[in-house]
Design a protein. Structure first.
Length: 364
């Protein structure tokens, strides 16, 4: 009976190791889901650009820092979906963009401030300034410079005093709707009153354009003369907050200066991976030999457990889309070392008990 259980346990262990090995090496399906090569790599392994900016002047508010981080995050996503932007201290922002090749272009692009424009639907000759493309998204029919020259830009980011998300109850349906509330400067109030009057009479829209994209195209329901506007629509709270944040960014007064930048070559990252994997493989091999020679069958069993442990880590890295970095590899190797240490302590204690003449209940 005990022999049969042992054989079944051994078979299940071999099947599990084979399954984990197949998953990490080959993966499943056309996308090779679970394969180790699909693990998301950090900047130090894949190569890329690391930049740290510092805010000029006085320490900004938390809202200004949050808006600036959001702006930079949206910008770097065009280069890599794995890019990260995070705050350091009160007035510093760090950016890491793995897997990029043209570092100089990125450094110059990120240093340029984004511009916010409110654009009327048609020019003075009745020609459309924007419209829907084949995919159903609004796009400009002309360049921003052309729109400025012909007077189609009615407001810029400097004319916006504040923008925040909110909600109100529709008097007709009684339902709560998420909106974006805008407040204009004195000069912006005058410009917006004139623009909304013309748009209302012509039953036209006014588009909001930021950083190369039309982010909203609201209709004008009334002439707005008090500098307080509200953008309505079928928006979720998150969408309203995102739109408000984007509008605030367009009028942001925060200026950033680059204090350091570092370009990590892809070759350096590849060398780091190969070196780390080689070190890990050699370490595992030495541990396996040591455990099998010193502790025989229990040592062999613990070696198999370490193989399963390593395979599970690689599968979980894929499953939860975790970014693997050089410190992460060091942590995995350290975890294996701690597991070996625990096995050594247990086996040494068992050996001492057996030497002292005590009987193992499991074996008895």
């Amino acid at each position: 009976m005990k022999k049969s259980k042992g054989i079944i346990s051994l078979i299940l262990t071999v099947v599990l190791i084979a399954l984990l090995g197949f998953t990490t090496v080959v993966g499943f399906g056309k996308g090779q889901t679970g394969a180790a090569k699909n693990i998301k790599l950090g900047l130090d392994l894949e190569g890329g650009v690391s930049i740290t900016y510092q805010v000029k002047g006085d320490t900004p508010s938390k809202e200004d820092m949050s808006d600036t981080i959001y702006k930079l995050q949206k910008r770097v996503e065009q280069y890599s979906t794995e890019a990260t932007v995070y705050q350091e201290g009160d007035n510093r922002i760090s950016i890491e963009i793995p897997g990029v090749t043209d570092a100089n272009e990125i450094l110059s692009e990120l240093g340029q401030p984004g511009s916010l424009y409110f654009i009327k639907e048609k020019d003075s000759d009745g020609n459309p300034n924007y419209g829907l493309d084949t995919s159903g998204h609004y796009v400009l029919a002309k360049s921003i410079d052309e729109l400025k020259e012909e007077g189609s830009v009615v407001l810029t980011g400097t004319d916006i005093k504040s923008a925040k998300s909110g909600s109100y109850q529709d008097s007709t349906t009684g339902a709560n709707e998420n909106v974006v509330q805008l407040s204009m400067t004195k000069e912006g109030t005058e410009k917006f009153a004139e623009a909304t009057k013309a748009a209302k009479e012509a039953e036209e829209t006014i588009a909001i354009y930021y950083d190369g994209e039309l982010i909203s195209v609201p209709s004008v329901n009334a002439e707005i003369t008090d500098g307080q506007a509200m953008i309505e629509g079928n928006m979720s709270y998150e969408e309203a907050e995102q739109l408000a944040s984007t509008i605030r960014i367009g009028g942001l007064s925060v200026e950033l200066e680059e204090i350091r930048s570092n370009v990590v070559g892809a070759q350096l990252g590849e060398e780091a991976i190969s070196t780390s994997l080689m070190a890990g493989a050699i370490g595992l091999a030495i541990v396996f030999v040591f455990m099998c020679v010193v502790y025989l069958l229990p040592g062999f069993a613990s070696s198999l457990a370490l193989v399963i442990y390593t395979g599970l880590i690689l599968v979980l890295l894929n499953a939860f889309d975790i970014t693997l970095t050089l410190p992460g590899i060091a942590g995995i190797i350290l975890g294996i070392g701690m597991a070996v240490d625990a096995n050594v302590i247990i086996f040494a204690r068992v050996k001492e008990e057996l030497t002292a003449g005590k009987i193992c209940k499991i074996c008895a």
